[in-house]
Every structure is written in C-alpha cells, then in structure tokens.
Design a protein around this ligand. Structure first.
Ligand code: NAP
Ligand code: G4F
Length: 336
C-alpha cells in the first residue's frame, strides 16, 4: 500500500486530493496547523466518519515554517509520494504579509525538499506551482516555456519554490514535478477568493440574506477550472516514468464580470442592482490576463478538464444555495 504525505491537507486541493488518494487505496498522512478554531471542515467527511470504509487518514501537527517537524514527520512516515500544497495562498493578502508569505511559500518549499534530502528516502515530490508566476504575461496562451514575470509577493515566492523544485530534481536526482496550475475552484474554495465570494453572495442575495456584493477589478481575466479535475493531474504527474513540469488549465479565459453575469443570470438576478466596486479589493499590481495551454498535459498525462466554465459556476451556486438555505433556517451565518 502506497503512503502519501500532504501539506495543506485542510485546504481546497488537499481535501480533494485526500479523497482521490483514499479512493486509490493510499495511506494518507496530512500536516495540519494548530488553530484556535477547527480547521478540518473540508476533510471531516473522511476523517471523522467511522462508517467510511478503509479509513486510512492520519493527521499530524506541523508547519512549513518549522524544519524540525518536517524532518521528524518524514522520518516517521517514510512516504512514497509528497504533495506540497501548503501555502498562504491569497494573492491580495500577500501584499499585506509579504515576509510571512515568502517564508511559508518559498522557504517552506526548500525546507521540505531539504528534509526529504536528509531523511534518506526518495519519495516522489509534487510542488503546487501557480499560473501567478506568469503574472504580467509575456505570451498568450501560457505554456511550460513561457517566461515568468510575477506580480505579487505570492507570485515571487511561488517562483522560488518552482526553481527549488527544478534544482533538487537536477542536483539530487529527485523525482520532483511542478504542476503549474491555473485557477481552480469548487464549493470547497475559500470564501475570499473571487468565484466563491460571488457564488456565496449571490445565493444569499437570492434568499434575502444580503443586499450587496463588494468587488474589486471586474476586468481581470482568469482560466478557471474545477479543483476535482486538477488534483487528478497532480497524481498523474507522479505516476509517470520521468519527472517533469506541466501546465494544468482549461485553455479558456473569462473576466470576473463574465463570472458575475453567469452566476446572477442563473439565479435570475440582475447583477448590476447588487454589485458595487470597493477599491479595497484592488491590488497594487494586477495580473490582467491568464490563459493556459494544457497541450503537454493532454499529450503526456492523458489529462483533460471535464467541467466547463458554465457548469463550474452552477455547481458552486447550487452548493451555496444549499448553505444559504441552512443559514436562513438557523438564523445565523454558517461556514461550510
Ligand atoms: P488553500 O485552500 O488556501 O489551502 C492552503 C493550505 O495550506 C491550507 O491547508 C492551510 O492550512 C495550509 N497552510 C497555510 N499556511 C501553512 C503553513 N505555514 N504550514 C503548513 N500549511 C499551511 O489553497 P488551495 O486552493 O487548496 O491551493 C493549494 C496549493 O495550490 C497552494 O499552495 C496554492 O498556493 C496552490 N495553487 C492554488 C491554485 C488555485 O487556483 N486554487 C492555483 C495554483 C496554485 P489552514 O487550513 O490551517 O489555513
Ligand atoms: O480569486 P482571486 O483572489 O484569485 P487569484 O488572485 O487569481 O489567485 C488564485 O489563483 C492563483 C492561480 O493563478 C493561485 F495561485 C492563488 O493561490 C489563488 O488561488 O482573484 C481573481 C481575480 C483577480 O484579478 C482579482 O483582482 O479576481 C479579481 N477580483 C475582483 N474583485 C477579486 C475581487 N478577487 C478577490 N479575491 N476578491 C474580490 O473582491
């Protein structure tokens, strides 16, 4: 039975990846941070439920800022695969906490790679690289060969993690892959990322729980896919004969405004009556346009996205309508 270690297991991707690996009969180990409130909501369905067959999920406290704990966890688990998904992953927040973001996202990656190098085993390593590294894009669409031009402390730190991964592959013959993932969303997406912020607010507006949605730049364009499709690509990368780097994207781009229109029209609402612009949500430097070319992943991994832009918006709205109905019944705001 294969063992996988996941950093960032409590996040959107970590939760879908655990679902996938448990289905594939892996023993899954996740690193979680101590929090003053519960932060395992996205994985409770596999962790807590004694009726889930073959429960093989183990959680351990740790942090990407603590090299000692990374070494001791690796020594204890001796994983076959390591997925490094842990991050301060909010681009806007990275402008407010640049040093912390660089430490966790950039230095955290090299801490984990060093811990792997010193623990005497050679697990396959997946690094959660990001389309944010393309930033002010030098080419349209973006491929594995497009030069990088990050536009935020987060993007800069991810670039450090990307090159650390390439360097450890070349220097120490580690099976290390960068997945350069474009934006991917789901009902499990954090509520402050724009798609979820929109679906959450629109559902609440529909049920009369909220009047207005405050947003920043509506003109930014993103290549949005479904998170469940994207974690499959992570796993596929580690099943190949040779380590490599891959762009994972849909090949389509849409503006934030289009996403708003799609969501509000599905709910038969006029978005212009509810959306207001709040300059607090603008960024000092913006990434205006992202659109990925996933041809290499299609060719070499036999991977392709299954969920369209329209279906993604609808899956998220349907889930948030369910949550808003529960909120209405409970008479208080709930988190999922
Ligand atoms: P997410 O929902 O924000 O999850 C981030 C995870 O990292 C959470 O489990 C969080 O724990 C954990 N974490 C934060 N700080 C940590 C620290 N100091 N040490 C250890 N763990 C820490 O992010 P996501 O959307 O699942 O994304 C997963 C990864 O892919 C991230 O590295 C992200 O930067 C990258 N990425 C995401 C996208 C996307 O569109 N979603 C695209 C490209 C790349 P808590 O629950 O305790 O906060
Ligand atoms: O949803 P966002 O915050 O995602 P962003 O900045 O593209 O980053 C996400 O995707 C990256 C992959 O490219 C990941 F690496 C990263 O970890 C994260 O998951 O913002 C999307 C766009 C931006 O252009 C932003 O300016 O939406 C615009 N936007 C407009 N109003 C807003 C808002 N973004 C947020 N979060 N909140 C707003 O009110």
């Amino acid at each position: 039975m294969k063992k996988a270690l996941i950093t960032g297991i409590t996040g959107q991707d970590g939760s879908y990846l655990s679902d996938l690996l448990l289905e594939k009969d892996y023993e899954v180990y996740g690193i979680i941070r101590r929090s003053s409130s519960f932060n395992t909501g996205r994985i409770d369905h596999v962790y807590e439920d004694p009726h889930v067959p073959n429960r093989r999920l183990t959680l351990m406290y740790g942090d990407l800022s603590d090299s000692g704990c990374l070494s001791s966890i690796l020594n204890r688990i001796q994983p076959d695969e390591v997925y490094n998904l842990g991050a301060q992953s909010h681009v806007r927040v990275s402008f407010d906490t640049p040093e912390y973001t660089s430490d966790v996202v950039g230095m955290g990656t090299i801490r984990l790679l060093e811990a792997i190098r010193h623990c005497g085993i050679k697990p396959k390593f997946y690094q959660a690289s990001s389309s944010e590294m393309f930033g002010k894009v030098m080419e349209v669409p973006q491929t594995e060969k497009t030069p990088f031009y990050p536009r935020s402390p987060y993007g800069v730190a991810k670039l450090f993690g990307y090159w650390a991964t390439v360097n450890y592959r070349e220097a120490y013959d580690l099976f290390a892959c960068n997945g350069i993932l474009f934006n991917h969303e789901s009902p499990r997406r954090g509520e402050t990322f724009v798609t979820r912020k929109i679906t959450r607010a629109a559902a609440r507006i529909k049920l009369g729980l909220q009047e207005t949605l405050y947003l920043g730049n509506l003109d930014a364009k993103r290549d949005w896919g479904f998170a469940k499709d994207y974690v499959e690509a992570m796993w596929l990368m580690l099943q190949q004969d040779r380590p490599d780097d891959y762009v994972i994207a849909t090949g389509e781009t849409h503006s934030v405004r289009e996403f708003v229109e799609e969501v509000f029209s599905y709910l038969e609402l006029n978005w212009e009556e509810h959306v207001e612009i709040d300059p607090r949500y603008l960024r000092p430097t913006e990434v205006d346009l992202l659109i990925g070319d996933p041809s290499k992943a299609r060719r070499q991994l036999n991977w392709q996205p299954k969920v369209t832009f329209r279906d993604l918006a609808r899956i998220m709205v349907d889930a948030d309508l369910g949550l808003a109905e529960q909120e209405k019944a409970a008479g208080k705001r709930l988190t999922w």
